[in-house]
Design a protein around this ligand. Structure first.
Ligand code: HBI
Length: 113
């Protein structure tokens, strides 16, 4: 039985490998929450989280940052009073890699206040 994406670890990525094809990305997309979308032009995946207030938004952002630091794979974030838009892409390959989907799967497990 293959392990879930959330159980995997991100692999160090300094480039030199091709990004995922849209088909490969589409297959991995089925293994994370349906709220994530393939952003084709940015070669990324993106999900918007909404919250009741700024306190809850920043609590989530801090939990997300902890995951990014542990995995050494980092999102682009847009943060407002009651929302956080999370975008994962792998800059070293100028596209998407499995790391993006591993981090998205871990972010999906953050308990929301
Ligand atoms: N984060 N989103 C993203 N993309 C990268 O290519 C990336 C990263 N964080 C760290 C990193 N690359 C590398 O420094 C390590 O994988 C070695």
């Amino acid at each position: 039985m293959s392990e879930t994406l959330a159980a995997r670890k991100c692999k160090p990525c300094e480039g030199g490998v091709p990004p995922l094809t849209p088909e490969e990305a589409g297959k991995l997309l089925t293994q994370i929450s349906g709220e994530w979308a393939l952003i084709e032009n940015a070669h990324a995946i993106q999900r918007k989280f909404t919250f009741r207030d700024f306190y809850r938004t920043m609590s989530f952002v801090n939990a997300l940052a902890h995951i990014a630091n542990i995995e050494d794979h980092h999102p682009d974030l847009e943060v407002g009073y009651n929302y956080c838009r999370v975008k994962f892409s792998t800059h070293a390959v100028k596209g998407r890699s499995e790391n993006d989907f591993v981090c998205a799967a871990k972010v999906d497990l953050i308990p929301l206040l």
